[in-house]
Ligand binder design. Structure first.
Ligand code: CDP
Length: 561
């Protein structure tokens, strides 16, 4: 088993290790890895596999911190709440019955540790008629507030705040209200917002025309808007608060592997998994930081981990019990999994490639291409062993696969802390800082310290000097060839963040969760430009975060706090 750092141990003790009814921790980290490996590997029995051998391999990958599944799997596998997925999308139709059914389903999903996304686009607009009562409708934003309050009361799995994504189509008559819904600090704090756009919106934008606002209840065009005004408004709010982001629903649906089952209209809370109504996804991330040797990528080990991880995630679907029966059905029929990576920046440091370079972008693209191809190969192998996902014949997948999707880039907000690596495909935020959510723990970047010692510029004073800094580029003691390797989120331009996102998106079935950090001095126009660039790059969505913007990030464990 790899040695766990202090942060990892603290996070595990606080939220992951099993507790008895008095809240006393009754499990060690090693026992956690055994519990998860044993439980997930037990799925092998149904397929005539060697559950003991697979369990041993899973245990080695988990305890070696080579691969970690999403938090609900770590928390729930082998316990009474055997719900292993982090991501859900629930449908909401235009009726009180549907709205409150979704509210109840969301509560159950949160209780089990999952996050929920919803399209509110089918709800009639504010002020529209309510035939049954002769009253007027509240509209999507009011109903979102009810979901927000309910979320506030139910801590996920009793251990973390719940997270939601609300999507509203740009053609909805309440779009302006939606875009500004988080203008007041503290409102909708358990929601991320995304405006859904489609081809007609962008065609109108390109030709300088207006586009239609449509009442979803009647199908009637009730108004028209200038898409440039809407975009400017979105950019203004995103500049001020970080919300809303944008979803490019046409691009998302071009890549929908099962169009016969309907359109993808919403994603999970952090945007990395577009899902059909009731669909869920079990995520897992490979720790790239443990897949280098002598300054090179250990491709053989990486291949092995990808294959094992795909097996793990498919087994996890088999083991998972979902709180909503419709989810059971569609999960068994599509079997979407989301394998991604974390520790990308750490790997770049090992390869001596600075994050903010074209080399990093091209390397990221090649790396993800490898992970993606191997994950499909693994899913095809599983299809031979276990049969393809039942909706395969109706899908866009040409050869039989076990899973409708295999890849996703998740934020890895907490699991990267457990693995002790840089989060997801993000640049580091500091080389040394105090982690307040963990009661003031001091955290230092191991690679930075090792390099400082190796190169002879290490000192306690240096660590103190860099502590809490969001950039080390002007610290004199650090050699000029070392500085670029430790570029932070602040040193990386918004445009470069997007290029990295796009490079990974090129080889990801689902989507990429990436925060595009901007300096405080960025203008509203800069945000608008980034949205347009994101669209041009063929991304499925985009979220920006300007330094100093007021926000309540729903990223659970924002690595910056
Ligand atoms: O690191 P961890 O597995 O805890 O999660 P993540 O990669 O940061 O987030 C993956 C997904 O988990 C998010 O997109 C949400 O769907 C869900 N999540 C959540 O429901 N609640 C949170 N507080 C954090 C994440």
């Amino acid at each position: 088993m790899s040695t766990l750092g202090t942060v990892a141990k603290t996070v595990l003790r606080r939220r992951y290790l099993r507790q008895d009814e008095n809240g006393t921790v009754v499990e060690t980290p090693d026992e956690l890895f055994h519990r998860v490996a044993r439980d997930v590997a037990s799925a092998e029995e149904a397929f005539g596999g060697d559950a003991d051998a697979v369990e041993a391999a899973f245990y080695d990958a988990l305890s070696g911190l080579d691969f970690l599944p999403n938090s609900p799997t770590l928390m729930n596998a082998g316990t009474d709440i055997e719900q292993l997925a982090a991501c859900f999308v629930l449908p909401i139709e235009d009726s009180l019955d549907s709205i409150f059914t979704a509210l109840k389903q969301a509560a159950l999903v949160h209780q089990s540790g999952g996050g929920t996304g919803f399209a509110f686009s089918n709800l009639r607009p504010q002020g529209d008629v309510v035939l049954k009562t002769g009253g007027v409708a509240s509209g999507p934003v009011s109903f979102m507030q009810i979901f927000d309050s309910a979320t506030e009361q139910i801590k996920q799995g009793g251990r973390r705040r719940g997270a939601n994504m609300a999507v509203l189509d740009a053609t909805h008559p309440d779009i302006e209200r939606f875009v500004t819904a988080k203008a007041d600090e503290g409102t909708l704090r358990n929601f991320n917002l995304s405006v859904g756009t489609d081809e007609p919106f962008w065609e109108a934008y390109d030709s300088g025309a207006r586009y239609d606002l449509v009442n979803p209840r009647t199908g009637a065009v009730v108004d028209q808007m200038d898409p440039a005004d809407v975009l400017a408004r979105i950019a203004e709010m995103a500049w001020a608060t970080g919300d809303p982001g944008m979803l490019f629903l046409d691009t998302i649906n071009e890549h929908n592997p099962t169009p016969a089952l309907g359109r993808l209209e919403a994603t999970n809370p952090c945007g990395e998994v577009p899902l059909l109504p009731y669909e869920a996804c079990v995520l897992g991330s490979i720790n790239l930081a443990t897949h280098t040797a002598d300054g090179e990528v250990d491709w053989a080990k990486l291949r092995e981990t990808v294959h094992l991880a795909v097996r793990f995630l498919d087994d996890a679907i088999e083991r998972s019990a979902f709180p909503v029966s419709e989810t059971d059905e569609i999960m068994n029929a599509n079997r979407k999994i989301g394998l991604g990576v974390m520790g990308f920046h750490d790997m770049l440091v090992d390869l001596r490639i600075p994050y903010a370079t074209s080399d990093a972008v091209e390397f990221g693209r090649d790396l993800m291409s490898f992970v993606h191809d191997e994950s499909w190969a693994a899913s095809r192998d599983l299809a031979e062993e276990r049969g393809p996902f039942p909706n395969w014949a109706d899908s866009t997948r040409e050869r039989p696969m076990r899973n409708a999707t295999t890849t996703t880039i998740a934020p890895t907000g907490t699991i990267s802390l457990i693995a002790g690596c840089s989060a997801s495909i993000e640049p580091i935020y500091n080389v040394a800082y105090t982690k307040h959510v963990l009661g003031g723990l001091a955290v230092v970047n191991d690679r930075f310290v090792d390099m400082a010692k190796e190169r002879g510029f290490y000192s306690e004073d240096l660590l103190e000097a860099v502590h809490g800094r969001t950039s080390i580029q002007d610290v004199e003691e650090i050699p000029d060839d070392v500085k670029p390797l430790f570029q932070t989120a602040h040193d990386v331009s918004g445009a470069h963040h997007l290029r990295v996102q796009a490079a990974f998106q090129d080889h990801v079935d689902n989507a990429v969760s990436k925060t595009v950090n901007l300096p405080q001095s960025a203008s509203i126009g800069d945000v608008e430009d980034l949205f347009l660039t994101a669209r041009d790059l063929g991304l499925k969505g985009v979220t920006v975060f300007r330094s100093g913007a007021k926000s309540e990030q729903v990223l659970g464990d924002d690595p910056r706090k």
